[in-house]
Design a protein around this ligand. Structure first.
Ligand SMILES: Cc1ncc(COP(=O)(O)O)c(C=O)c1O
Length: 396
């Protein structure tokens, strides 16, 4: 009979045999998986047979998340990553080599811009930034640069511009480029870029997919071939998602539709109300018939979503005062959660941009970005009313 420590190790690592199907995907919180013999391990590690060997390579819970998001995005395959940025990084570097140029839209999440400008340019990959709403300009940049990749956000962060994905996919493909789309702001409930011709679609699953601000995760979906091309980057660079994190995102997916409906309904009430308030110079929300993105959004989005932005006439000072007065909305940089989050991009997510770069990205000094949560709309309106009064008082 084995001694105590040996018995304890064997007793505590014996997986239960379960014949019935669990209601939730189990959390396979295991770094490694053992095999019946050495030949099986070799086969699994080399991909000669399906299976699991080591959770950086593959894990049943994270695999379930990749497959679930792929299904919701009308894609063949999906791969989960530790964060949205790990997913975006892997998607980009699977498609571009040193010496090549990426064409990306100006209206872009600040860290994605940093990845392109600060990290990839140091590796010999340049980026040309273009206006996403002008397909002729995008096409000219693709021709001039011979770029293999056009990179866009379905709904841009933080300016809430809706890209015409079908037109951009057509332009990209006409010039031999792939279309990569960050679909974080829309979620697959509002838009499925693959159906419009996108080649790879990325998510920060930290946001709407999980929905509760309690996990960091990312996902890339696309054709099986393109997603298979990402796997060596996942394995070699090590951006694998933890099983518990995958479980938390999986738990969010069944309520995505009802959350997105409620986010959209509340945003649709707040946007026109905000537009009529004193001290608000402009509201960016694709659900407004007057919004420059409305026509594209009406064609492309099933709901207009929970992200809106508004410009305070009082500029930076007004933005700061507004944030400081909020009691219901949360002051933080994330989005897509149950709680409303309002942020001032010029001093937070896009602080790395100087005034000129902010202007070029269409970000006014008094721009506030709001991720409309699931609270009662009356409470949000009261919170905004109080914060607008504080903003006006701060900037006579
Ligand atoms: C549009 C968009 N894409 C990607 C990311 C990065 O996601 P993560 O923080 O999960 O790395 C964010 C984060 O805010 C985002 O807003």
């Amino acid at each position: 009979m084995a001694r105590f420590s040996t018995r304890a190790i064997l007793a505590a690592t014996r997986s239960p045999a379960v014949d019935q199907v669990p209601s939730a995907v189990p959390i396979y919180q295991s770094a490694a998986f053992s095999t019946a013999d050495a030949a099986e391990l070799g086969d699994v590690l080399t991909g000669a047979r399906p299976g699991y060997a080591y959770s950086r390579i593959d894990n049943p819970t994270t695999a379930a998340l990749g497959a679930a998001v792929a299904e919701l995005e009308s894609a063949e395959a999906g791969l989960a990553f530790a964060t949205g940025m790990a997913a975006i990084h892997a998607a980009i570097i699977s498609t571009v080599r040193a010496g090549q140029t990426i064409v990306a839209t100006q209206a872009l999440y600040g860290t994605t811009r940093d990845l392109l400008v600060r990290i990839l340019s140091g590796l010999g990959i340049e980026t040309e930034f273009v206006d996403p709403t002008d397909v002729a300009v995008v096409e000219a940049a693709l021709v001039r640069s011979g770029a293999p990749v056009l990179y866009v956000e379905t709904i841009s962060n933080p300016t809430i511009i809706v890209a015409d994905l079908a037109a951009l996919a057509e332009a990209a493909h006409r010039h031999g480029a792939m279309l990569l789309v960050d679909n974080t702001f829309a979620s697959p409930y509002a838009c499925r870029p693959i159906e419009r011709g996108a080649d790879l679609v990325m998510h920060s699953a930290t946001k709407y997919l999980s929905g509760h601000a309690d996990v960091l995760a990312g996902v890339v979906v696309g054709s099986r071939e393109r997603v298979d091309a990402l796997r060596p980057i996942l394995v070699d660079a090590g951006g694998a998602l933890a099983p518990l994190a995958a479980f938390l995102v999986l738990r969010g997916l069944p309520t995505l539709a009802i959350r997105m409906e409620r986010h959209s309904q509340t945003a649709m009430e707040l946007a026109p109300w905000l537009a009529g308030q004193q001290g608000v110079a402009r509201v960016h929300y694709p659900g407004l018939a007057t919004d420059p993105s409305h026509e594209v959004a009406a064609r492309q989005l099933d709901v207009f979503g929970g992200m809106l932005a508004f410009e305070l006439a009082g500029g930076r000072e007004a933005g700061r005062a507004f944030l400081d007065a909020m009691l219901v909305a949360e002051r933080t940089a994330s989005l897509g959660a149950v709680r409303t989050i309002t942020t001032h991009p010029p001093s937070t997510t896009h602080r790395q941009l100087d005034e000129e770069a902010l202007r070029a990205a269409g970000i006014a000094p008094g721009l506030l970005r709001c991720s409309v949560g699931l609270e009662d709309v009356e409470d949000l309106r009261e919170d905004f009313e109080r914060s607008l009064a504080a903003a006006r008082a701060a900037t006579p």
